[in-house]
Design a protein around this ligand. Structure first.
Ligand SMILES: Cc1ncc(COP(=O)(O)O)c(C=O)c1O
Length: 335
């Protein structure tokens, strides 16, 4: 069984209800790792972005964003009255290229959201451009599989703020972390998120064997997106997420658990291939078949995003012999 997001063995999962560090300890560890920055734990990556928008005073401003990014961010942009400028992506890097930045970053753009999609680093020429852009730069690292990756490239120094989604880098059922430079040192307490169907689903998905049954039921009954979490306001993560994340942090920092990026397949007859891969208990997913730009009536001319959104399958991190299984499926399915 292979899942996109990290999962725990059943015993580790049960143990997480009893053992684990506190939010304060976690903040201290991360502050050591990212000095001179303030660390905030929220209920999700989305809420981490919302918090950054509040802290950096970006309400009712214009922000440039990659057209190819998750549409779960839409309620946040709507809530804070943010006008978006969509940047089409380059199929080589899955990020906007320099021409796209140069032609679309006008004076009214106050902030730029970048996203190392699938964990690919920001290309050097873009990083150089962003350093001189005199804009607030926010990095959405929800697709980066560990913290070291940013560190190694020293990319975090160019960002005013960046955020991660905890379930993507650890088996935590919910949570996000916002890491913000130069804010006043004030810790903030948010109300704790309430218990919901979406949280229960995510909690069960944290454990490999339970996730297996969820995925099988989903495939059998053709259910998609049942109980997906919707953003309403910024809240604190559930305690169990903090415990699981804190138990997992060392692994993340030591880079033992995951590679730095989500493996992907770019393929024309995607849906049929996806079904075949999942039948082999490799729980690949389609992420962003409906990227953010599709949800807006304006600035929609982003042809590369349009094409790639229909072609990509995200794969779990798997050993070589399992990847061979996928190669065989692809070979058998080619006309
Ligand atoms: C790039 C990106 N940003 C933000 C998010 C939102 O993260 P969360 O689900 O923790 O709110 C996701 C989630 O899929 C994502 O892929």
């Amino acid at each position: 069984m292979y899942f996109i997001q990290p999962t725990l063995k059943f015993r580790e999962f049960l143990g997480s209800f009893f053992v684990g560090g506190s939010e304060k300890e976690l903040s201290e560890k991360l502050s050591n790792y990212f000095p001179n920055r303030e660390i905030f734990f929220t209920d999700s990556g989305r809420s981490a972005l919302a918090l950054i928008i509040e802290k950096l005073g970006l309400k009712n401003s214009t922000m440039a964003v990659p057209a190819y990014i998750c549409n779960v961010l839409k309620p946040i942009f709507d809530h804070y009255g943010i006008r978006l400028v969509f940047l089409d992506i380059d199929p080589e890097t899955f990020q906007p290229n320099l021409n796209e930045y140069r032609s679309k970053i006008t004076d009214e753009v106050k902030a730029i959201l970048i996203c190392p999609t699938y964990g690919f680093p920001v290309p050097n020429e873009t990083a150089d451009y962003l350093k001189l852009a005199k804009r607030i730069i926010i990095a959405d690292c929800a697709q980066c599989m560990n913290f070291n990756f940013l560190k190694e490239k020293s990319q975090e120094n160019s960002f005013n703020a960046f955020y991660y989604s905890l379930p993507k880098i650890s088996p935590a059922p919910d949570g996000g972390v916002a890491i913000i430079a130069n804010t006043t040192q004030s810790t903030q307490n948010f109300p704790r998120s309430s218990f919901s169907l979406g949280f229960l689903k995510n909690l069960l998905k944290s454990c490999g064997i339970l996730n297996f049954f969820i995925q099988k039921t989903r495939d059998l009954l053709n259910l998609n997106n049942v109980g997906n979490l919707r953003w309403k306001n910024i809240t604190a993560p559930h305690q169990i997420s903090i415990k699981i994340f804190s138990n997992y942090l060392q692994k993340i920092l030591e880079k033992k658990s995951t590679s730095f990026c989500v493996p992907i397949l770019c393929i024309a007859n995607r849906d049929g291939i996806l079904k075949k891969i999942r039948k082999n208990n490799i729980f690949a997913e389609i992420i962003w078949s409906d990227p953010l730009v599709f949800s807006y009536p304006y600035n929609r001319h982003c042809p590369n995003t349009d094409k790639l959104a229909r072609q990509i399958i995200c794969l779990p991190n798997m050993p070589e012999n399992e990847i061979n299984k996928i190669k065989i499926i692809l070979k058998q399915s080619s006309p």
